[in-house]
Design a protein. Structure first.
Length: 276
């Protein structure tokens, strides 16, 4: 399929963020290292893998970038791949109302200069989280032969210029290999969280289970603070890059704080307990 036909095909389809990243990686995956793959997948998880690309708005993108900047570390290395992906969406005419979302990813100059000096940080993860990633990696590697067979069978069908099964198998292979590279990179830097000896007086940090209370409604919420690679809001796992996690970090039991969500008015919470 020629690039023009590919672009038309994209425009005719309402892609979600996960699928859009997969298409992007198909064309540039070999030029991106595992770290870039990881950050694109991190972006998808935090923004929402099922969110439609046309629903991505400048405030959402700007808030994501601000959270990354405030968390410190290799800001340029983490935001650079996302900025390039968003520029790709604009080039393909897939952005929200034709807006170039990449212009809303602001990378401080100091971060750009420092990026060459910053080593890729270690990742603190729970033992169970590390085992889950290892299991996923083993599963993906075991699928390589199956996917290769699918590609071989699809090629044998004749004309490959308009071969949907072949395109589908190649896309699946690209997604699997991208995820394998990401998992291998993550696991190479993952270390088990050491919470031995930590108590509530040490404040909220990665590895803690916290209970917070909405001071207006008195409703209580329980969160587990994890690295972004373990984020799963459905079971209360949030990262320090989330609006809630960002303001929870370092807080002590009994402290009050405000959370500024991407939409709506700020809300006030009280940290009830911190347990490790």
């Amino acid at each position: 399929m020629c690039s023009y036909q590919f672009a038309i095909g994209l425009k005719e389809t309402l892609l979600n963020v996960e699928d859009a990243i997969a298409h992007y990686l198909q064309g540039s995956g070999d030029k991106l290292d595992a770290y870039a793959h990881q950050e694109l997948n991190r972006f998808a998880r935090i923004i929402g893998v099922e969110k439609l690309v046309v629903e991505l708005t400048p405030p959402q993108v700007a808030q994501y970038a601000e959270n990354i900047v405030s968390s410190g570390g290799d800001v340029h290395g983490r935001l650079g791949p996302v900025k390039e992906f968003l520029a790709y969406l604009n080039k393909k005419g897939l952005s929200y109302s034709g807006v170039n979302l990449s212009s809303h990813v602001k990378i401080p100059r100091a971060s750009i200069r420092a990026s060459a000096r910053v080593s890729q940080d270690t990742i603190e993860m729970s033992e169970s989280g590390i085992q889950l990633l290892k299991s996923e990696l083993d599963s993906l590697k075991s699928q390589r032969e199956v996917i290769a067979t699918e590609i071989q069978l699809a090629r044998s069908d004749g004309d490959i210029s308009e071969n949907s099964p072949l395109d589908a198998a190649r896309e699946r292979q690209g997604q699997a290999e991208a995820r394998i590279r990401e998992l291998e990179d993550t696991l190479s830097r993952a270390i088990p969280i050491n919470t031995r000896g930590l108590k509530g007086k040490n404040g909220a940090r990665v590895g803690a289970t916290v209970v917070v209370q909405d001071t207006e409604t008195n409703k209580k919420f329980t969160f587990h603070l994890v690295d972004s690679v373990e984020v799963d809001p459905s079971v209360g796992k949030i990262s320090l890059e989330s609006p809630m996690g960002k303001h929870l970090y370092g807080k002590l039991e009994g402290e009050e704080f405000q959370v500024f969500p991407p939409k709506g008015s700020p809300r006030k919470y009280k940290l009830g307990s911190v347990k490790f």
